[in-house]
Design a protein around this ligand. Structure first.
Ligand SMILES: Cc1cc2nc3c(=O)[nH]c(=O)nc-3n(C[C@H](O)[C@H](O)[C@H](O)COP(=O)(O)OP(=O)(O)OC[C@H]3O[C@@H](n4cnc5c(N)ncnc54)[C@H](O)[C@@H]3O)c2cc1C
Length: 379
């Protein structure tokens, strides 16, 4: 992609975000992402941002994709979540892992946004331990038959294609399942803390027959090869989502601190408030640099990209939660009121510490890496 095209995409994103900002609170309140928002993203080609041009995508580099995620995520987490789920978890994963035959079948439609994808790993009893899913598959002639129930599936309410991880004993495999397949039932979930406009749902599979060609990558590699690739892409998106929320909360915090007066002076002149601002500025800057570092490694296809993406996701989501919480603090009562954006930012930030692997799971992986990379092993 040329520098010019890259700049055009980001300029488009900024102008799109400007129009989106006044509507985001309504999306959250109504728990619905309007069709026109999805259509505009599709028309701009952004839903295929990271898909190679050969498959109808934009072929955007990781750093530019990160910036795009930040720009959109700063104004609306649910719209940003569509990029995380559809573009990163599904389209990018299929472009990495699916056979050419399967790519031909689905990737151009995903890249253009003609069909929306969702990622179905979690179940009521399989969250952090994603490899313990019990949704089952069994081969019968030229189809695989799926049975089970998935929970927490973002955009399942509107998706056309489901990337599903299922088990046959210890052999986990991934399948692309079309929404209209008989035996699929979608049950919307409402009342979430954040990501409220992501059409989240549970999905039941009752003797759902999936063509054998819709198996992704092969039998037994659905978790190790497919789900882990999806999470690698999804975590990168969430890392930038943390920068986006943190930055938005910081701007709200600064703006308010310089306007609001108590004890006859602007509250921003109180040193205890300044400390919150200073921490936010510093931590968001650090989170953004970790994201950029991960982005550069991803662009180079470096082996360390996986761990650096985990580190960026862990740090950035922690920072987002901290800064959003401090923004509520600076706004006082107004920070607790839905008429002020920080109330929503606070709720959205917490979600980032849960999805794509909780902070605790990131800590476990990072500590394991730390022992391997940094133990001196003397004696
Ligand atoms: C808004 C939202 C959107 C989502 N979208 C999707 C989606 O599109 N597709 C999908 O498949 N899933 C989705 N999920 C599910 C999400 O991935 C899971 O919620 C997440 O993986 C955590 O699983 P759990 O909720 O079952 O929590 P649990 O795994 O039960 O964890 C509960 C707590 O225990 C801690 N814990 C668990 N194991 C350990 C351990 N070994 N060491 C230390 N602490 C541990 C966790 O860190 C957490 O604090 C979504 C969830 C939410 C809230």
């Amino acid at each position: 992609m040329t520098e010019r095209r890259r700049a055009d995409v980001l300029a488009w994103a900024r102008s799109f975000a400007e129009g989106l900002a006044p509507r985001a609170a309504d999306f959250d309140r109504n728990e619905r992402l309007p069709r026109d928002v999805i259509e505009r993203l599709a028309e701009a080609g952004v839903l295929g941002a990271t898909v190679p041009t050969a498959w109808g995508g934009m072929g955007l580099d990781p750093l530019a994709y990160g910036e795009l995620t930040e720009v959109i995520g700063k104004v609306c987490s649910s719209t940003r979540a569509l990029l995380t789920v559809h573009t990163s978890l599904v389209a990018e994963t299929l472009s990495d892992r699916a056979s050419d035959r399967l790519k031909r079948k689905y990737l151009p439609d995903l890249a253009s946004g003609t069909r929306i994808g969702c990622f179905a790993l979690s179940e009521a009893e399989a969250g952090s331990d994603g490899a313990s899913v019990t949704t089952s598959y069994v081969r019968k002639g030229d189809v695989f038959v799926l049975n089970g129930r998935k929970k927490w599936i973002s955009f399942a309410g509107i998706a056309d294609l489901f990337l599903v991880i299922a088990a046959d004993g210890d052999a986990l495999s991934a399948f692309v399942v079309e929404r209209e397949t008989p035996g699929m039932e979608i049950h919307p979930m409402t009342g979430l803390l954040g990501n409220r406009a992501t059409h989240i749902a549970s999905v039941t599979f009752t003797n759902v027959e999936v063509p054998a060609e819709n198996l992704v990558a092969g039998i037994g590699v659905g978790f190790s090869f497919v789900a882990n690739t999806a999470l690698f892409h999804g975590r990168y998106s969430i890392a930038w989502a943390g920068v986006a929320i943190g930055q938005a909360a910081l701007e709200e915090m600064c703006d308010y601190a310089l306007r609001r007066e108590q004890f006859g002076v602007k509250i921003g002149t109180h040193q205890l408030v300044q400390r919150m601002v200073a921490d936010a500025v510093t931590n968001i800057g650090a989170a953004r640099e970790l994201c950029r570092h991960a982005g550069r490694l991803r662009g180079d296809r470096a082996a360390d990209a996986v761990m650096q993406t985990n580190i960026a996701k862990y740090f950035s989501s922690t920072v987002a939660q901290r800064v959003a919480s401090d923004a509520v603090q600076v706004l006082g009562g107004n920070g607790c009121w839905s008429r002020f954006p920080v109330e929503r930012l606070f709720r959205e930030a917490k979600i980032l510490e849960i999805i794509e692997g909780t902070s605790q799971l990131q800590q476990l992986m990072i500590a394991d890496y730390g022992y391997k990379a940094f133990a001196r092993r003397t004696g």
